[in-house]
Design a binder for this molecule. Sequence first.
Ligand code: CTP
Ligand code: CA
Length: 230
Amino acid sequence: AALLAGPQPLSGRKVLITAGGTVERIDPVRYITNDSSGKMGFALAEAARDFGADVTLVCARTDEKPPGGVEIVRVESALDMYEAVTGRLSAFDAIVKAAAVADYRPLSKEDKKIKKKEDKLSLELVKNPDILQAVGEWKASHPGERQPFVIGFAAETGDLEKFAMDKLRRKNSDLIVANDVSEQGAGFAVDTNVVSIYGPEGLVEHIPLSAKRTVAERIWQIAAERMTRE
Ligand code: CTP
Ligand code: CA
């Protein structure tokens, strides 16, 4: 065992991972959410823990059991998640946004259950803040401070590289992990994923169909190499 006990890739690092799908309330018994299972975020949390990191998991709706040995912060909506993440920025060496954040929320949350009335009911939605972009903006405006290494996700259908590179630049991220959700074995609910990892220079690595845990370990290895060079 002594032979295996080399330095761990993330020892001494504090990392924050967001996982799950946000829940946007319409009234006390109804809400809007998405298909995120939380599995990729949990695999990242587990892998980071096993690589020696001190892990905080900001967790929205999921049916999965979160991993042990990590600090868990439960949130419901995108606004809750925004506060949980932006309130702690300077405390982390890395931030990974694996959560599926709702782009829009109902304009008003009704205090009472909406009663059935007319034949048509329209729901007005407003845009949620972009948490990943806020982290990127914070980095750009705090050049002297400890800066978290920022990893975003992009679930796409279509031109993966174009959308991923566009998100990387727009959100000032260090890596974007992109998957084509129309591909078999990729994306939500399954235990496997197929991803392409992009950095400022373009494609860093394509990971063929693999267990989410394997994908998570590779993401952390790439991140750890880049974090030490910063
Ligand atoms: N994200 C976020 N806050 C939001 C929306 C997205 O932090 N309000 C993060 C996601 O967690 C993910 C990354 O941004 O890490 C990309 O999310 P995605 O939905 O692919 O991108 P959007 O910018 O929302 O663009 P679109 O949905 O139109 O593709
Ligand atoms: Ca989105």
